[in-house]
Design a protein around this ligand. Structure first.
Ligand SMILES: Nc1nc2c(ncn2[C@@H]2O[C@H](COP(=O)(O)OP(=O)(O)OP(=O)(O)O)[C@@H](O)[C@H]2O)c(=O)[nH]1
Ligand SMILES: [Mg+2]
Length: 469
């Protein structure tokens, strides 16, 4: 009886079948896949039903591309579609479905001049392809079931990764680790929905009451799984965008000197004049694999200059969004008045700079990390401290699963619906209420991997890609 109910359910539910709908092949697209500019080689990609036909029209070698074995490169000459020679190059045919896009795909390697690759692309466009939109190759890979949406997004992360940790996380997402966890949650929800529907369709079986507690336990475990993934959002933001570390303190404390030191070159002007830095300056630093967005700020002091006051307002603003603050003071100078107000806490490290100079009596027995931007003393300890704080607060380097903002929005909705379902059960509402909540949760979870609501999310995901990817 139960099996029948599940079958009935899957027949009526659009959410379960959307994933398996066959993809209708679109037109043939072409793009230069390598970055613009001069290089040794440029790659032009063509994908779609006519791609091999396009190759036949522009490529002349020992054999026609339509006779090539799949995935083998052949040398030949590339023509403009008529008789004008453009370049010599290599061409390979990747037959569907064993290609990146899942369609017939042609890759043409030509010489890397801007004009040469543009002419090759033009030849493809003249002989039956159209220009690809950004991310359209990967979009087709997704639509053809080559990858789920989290994997497609991992392609962008992989391209943009600036540190080893970010790269590892993107690679694992590309391998489908996040997708697998999402699918597990989805499967659990599907079987729970089937169960609830069975209790609606066959009330005489008394399914729901019998297994109420067990059902609640399953629901709890789904909620836990979702919450676990949601907890990786911070890590995802950091790997993609970097930890925001703001250096602040009184004028002349050595803030700009510290930024230069951590960067490894003289990025900002350093001077003994108080109030040298007027604006916030941001630079990316790779701190042992963790990307750090380091901000130098205008020094804090009472000022009559409107420009300086604006600079100080910017300092205050950047402190509001900091993941970590480095409060720095000159230990050779008296303790600034603002130092007492800002008690140090988990998201702040207090630094006494200029440890090569004598210490002012105000700092006697003051607890802080002593550094010198001149000699480099204490800087390795500072790096350790930054990483320790980040690991405690936002990073779990042992787990490279890291969801992005889109995943977080979907999962938050899913968790909310699951919590509604839980309340519905506890309040003894009818199974119909429960079914609605669970179905909403299923939809939201499905959106993460692109199982449903595909059209709305595609544009936002693939629009971020470069053309030719
Ligand atoms: N002896 C010594 N001098 C330092 C050290 N760090 C910085 N200085 C000097 O302190 C002065 C101020 O340094 P900056 O880095 O410009 O200080 P800042 O906090 O950015 O100052 P503002 O931009 O004016 O707020 C410069 O003359 C630096 O050479 C240090 O560790 N030891
Ligand atoms: Mg400065």
């Amino acid at each position: 009886m139960r099996r029948r109910a599940e079958r009935d359910f899957s027949k009526t539910s659009t959410s379960l079948t959307a994933e398996k709908e066959p993809f209708i092949p679109g037109d043939t697209i072409a793009a230069i896949s390598t970055p613009a500019g001069e290089g040794a080689i440029a790659l032009v990609r063509v994908s779609g039903a006519n791609s091999i036909d396009v190759a036949d029209k522009i490529f002349r070698g020992k054999e026609k591309p339509s006779q090539f074995a799949s995935h083998v490169q052949h040398f030949g000459e590339i023509f403009d579609g008529a008789d004008r020679l453009i370049d010599q190059g290599m061409l390979s045919v990747h037959r569907a479905p064993a290609s990146y896009t899942g369609e017939d795909l042609v890759e043409i390697s030509c010489h890397g001049g801007t004009l040469v690759s543009a002419h090759v692309l033009e030849a493809c466009l003249r002989t039956g392809a159209r220009a690809a939109r950004p991310g359209e190759f990967t979009e087709r890979a997704f639509l053809n079931g080559k990858m789920d949406l989290t994997q497609a997004e991992a392609v962008i992360d992989l391209i943009r990764a600036k540190t080893d940790l970010a790269l590892r996380s993107a690679t694992e997402q590309l391998e489908g680790r996040l997708g697998a966890r999402i699918r597990k949650i989805r499967d659990d929800l599907v079987s729970m929905i089937a169960h609830v529907n069975a209790s609606i369709d066959f009330p005489e079986e008394g399914i729901a009451p019998d297994e109420g507690e067990k059902f609640l336990a399953r629901l709890d475990s789904v909620c836990e799984e979702i919450a676990d993934l949601l907890a990786t959002a911070d890590q995802g933001r950091i790997l993609r965008e970097g930890v925001r570390v703001v250096i602040y303190g009184a004028t002349n404390a050595g803030k700009s000197s510290l930024l230069n030191r951590l960067l490894g070159y003289e990025r900002v002007i350093v001077s003994e004049t108080h109030g040298t830095t007027r604006d916030t300056i941001e630079e990316m630093v790779n701190l042992r694999g963790v990307p750090i967005r380091l901000l130098d700020t205008a020094g804090l002091r009472p000022s009559t200059s409107a420009i300086e006051r604006e600079g100080i307002a910017r300092t205050e603003k950047s402190l509001e969004t900091a993941d970590l603050r480095l409060h720095i003071a000159d230990r050779n100078a008296p303790r600034p008045s603002h130092f007492e107000e800002r008690a140090s806490n988990g998201s702040e490290i207090v630094l006494l700079n200029k440890s090569d100079l004598p210490e002012h009596v105000d700092w006697k027995n003051f607890e802080a990390l002593r550094i010198s931007c001149t000699t480099g003393e204490g800087l390795p300890q500072l790096e350790n401290e930054i990483l320790t704080r980040m690991t405690k607060q936002n990073l779990r380097p042992e787990s490279t699963i890291a969801i992005n903002t889109r995943h977080r929005d979907c999962l938050r909705r899913a968790l909310e619906s699951c919590n509604h379902a839980r309340t519905a059960m506890r309040d003894g509402l009818t199974a119909e209420y429960l079914a609605v909540d669970l179905d909403e949760a299923l939809r939201a979870v499905g959106e993460v991997i692109g199982a449903i609501g595909v059209e709305q999310i595609l544009d936002s995901v693939f629009g971020q890609f470069c053309i030719g990817k």
